[in-house]
Design a protein around this ligand. Sequence first.
Ligand SMILES: *Cc1c(COP(=O)(O)O)cnc(C)c1O
Length: 381
Amino acid sequence: MKKNYMFTPGPTMVPAEVMLAEAEPIIHHRTPQFSEILKEVGEGLRELFGTDRDVYIVTGTGTASMEAAVANTCSPGDKAICVRGGKFGERWSEIASAYRCNVVDEDLEWGRSFSPERAAELLSQHPDAKILCITHSETSTGALTDVEAIAGLTRKSGTLLIVDGITSVGVHRVEMDKWGVDIIVSGSQKGCMVPPGLSFIAASERAWEAIQSSSSPRYYLDMRAMKKNWSDYQTPYTGPVSLIRALRKALEMMREEGLENLYERHRRLAEASRAAMKAIGLNLVADNPVNGVTSVHAPDGIDTGKLTKKMRDEYGVTIAGGQGHLKGKIFRIGHMGYVCKEDLLVCISAVERALKELGYDFEFGAGVSAAHSALFGVHLT
Ligand SMILES: *Cc1c(COP(=O)(O)O)cnc(C)c1O
């Protein structure tokens, strides 16, 4: 018998309660019943985003909402500063190019965080920039960005701040309104513990001015249609009824846990995971790490493609390898969403065993021991 554990930074494990909600009989999307569900889900999303603005649900994964953010705010030729510190930051730049923006790429070494100081420099060099696109939690490297500090700068400038919060919403505290973020997007299959297929987007008042006046072509992702329909809790096209039911259940579970506890749990899991990796002699990829994923440099001579395959196929424990130029060189442990302290011990022990079998020489058990200490204050040795 083998059980499958997913410690991937998306998609993530889905609670049985959420899967059961998804399995409920279909209802029509143009009904008061469905509108009632949308209204409730909208409330839950607003809490997670830290906003009084409406949060729209897009049928499409996180990238769909990223595309919506650019397509709706920029007109061809508008200047877009895109921070590329990893795979997802690069995606901002690709989307902005596709919409014919005048793209200013800000390249960072992968693993480094975009600093508020650098943001200030860029904003003064490019006062004409329409948007600044950043990644709150760069899942490919595990680096965290100080969105609050950067929003403090953009809100005083004419540049809109667009944030990829796909692996931060539901993991880290997000305060869209207080911080002054203009657009933030997230997705269903990361911290929200729902299967892939939905994404979420909210826009500030000044972002709405840009949305109304953008001349970029858009149809399915037109936020004006989302807004119009949301005013009576409708979706512009057929609503993804089952996924939204799943989301309603997941949001209910998050609310039951309490947002403070939710963020604290992620902080603990991240702390334990980092301590475990350091205890077995490995280095983290990020200087300033996020709480949803731990990115780790593999020991010399170990290909993380082999590591992840062994763990998945032999132990039933899935973690992620590296992306882009870090493929084969790093591995990533996802601990966002439906992951508890006990689960993390399963993951750490599986990582240790696989590394041992692949020939890495270290004090076997030191990672699990460090995780125990960090999670429970219990010391094994
Ligand atoms: C997963 C992810 C995305 C994109 O997600 P899709 O859902 O695959 O479209 C974008 N940004 C970040 C930071 C992510 O983790």
